[in-house]
Design a protein. Structure first.
Length: 267
């Protein structure tokens, strides 16, 4: 398939927004079910740089409550955190009853960027891959629903996205020295991915791969899957009606605002 053909098959914005709204309505129903049944859910996103993790997470969370859908994107570990058990800093963000925690990158950093960039030793990497399925089994048996998603972007599409960021002041912040290095070391990351999937794709916590060359299709496919991975029913709520405003203590409540400086109305 040529590049022109690939572009033509991408989902149109109008169709995407129509389908996204339907799915986001269902996410709101899912949210109420999670609260009602006091479920605990972890959704973790991994993938190459520019695979579309941020945009997918935004599509999931933009219409729901941040008190239920909580996004965790941890920075590089501090000197203190480096002395802790590896999983320790992630576990403190695990969900309580009625919460869905979304990890924008997760403990799988050890299997990816830390390993490829030399931030951990070969032994630390191998030990992580060996212990990770056991830890995740403990998490699942503890009652947490664990969903692991890998967004797979192709080499040509990743390059196109990187180049688009180079000249866009609204997206240049997305390009870090680490991102540039990940672009250079494409095959090293591929081997790390292959090893990670082989060692940690367990029955109790399987990996789910979503092709993300078409960001819009990837987002829709991801949300559609989540809605089946977390069985839910619509929670019936009493219809909310606005009460009549009380006139008790009525006064001109705009009068005292006139003496306070206002922001200039430039628009």
């Amino acid at each position: 398939m040529s590049d022109d053909q690939a572009v033509s098959t991408k989902l149109k914005r109008k169709d995407y927004e129509k389908e996204l709204r339907k799915l986001q309505v269902q996410l709101c129903h899912l949210q109420e079910w999670v609260k009602e049944k006091k479920l605990r859910v972890i959704i973790l996103f991994e993938g190459r740089d520019a695979a579309g993790k941020g945009g997918t997470i935004k599509a999931i969370t933009e219409k729901v409550s941040p008190r239920v859908f909580r996004v965790v994107a941890l920075p590089a570990p501090s000197d203190r955190e480096k002395t802790q058990m590896f999983m320790q800093r992630y576990m403190q963000h695990f969900p309580s009853a009625g919460e869905i925690v979304i990890f924008d990158r997760s403990w799988y950093n050890r299997a990816g960027v830390e390993y490829v960039m030399g931030f951990c030793t070969e032994d630390e990497h191998d030990r992580f891959l060996s212990l990770c399925p056991q830890i995740e089994q403990y998490v699942v048996e503890g009652g947490i629903i664990l969903i692991k998603i890998w967004l797979e972007v192709g080499m040509d599409e990743q390059e196109r996205r990187f180049r688009a960021r180079l000249d866009d002041p609204l997206r240049q912040w997305k390009l870090s020295p680490m991102d540039i290095e990940s672009y250079r070391q494409w095959y090293a990351y591929s081997r790390a991915r292959d090893s990670m999937l082989k060692k940690t794709n367990s029955k109790h916590a399987p990996w789910l791969i979503i092709r993300s060359d078409d960001k819009r299709r990837a987002r829709l496919n991801c949300i559609a899957h989540l809605l089946t991975a977390i069985p839910y029913k619509r929670v019936n709520r009493d219809k909310i009606r606005l009460p009549k405003r009380s006139d008790k203590g009525r006064y001109d409540d705009q009068l005292n605002l006139r003496g306070v400086k206002h922001v200039a109305e430039q628009y």
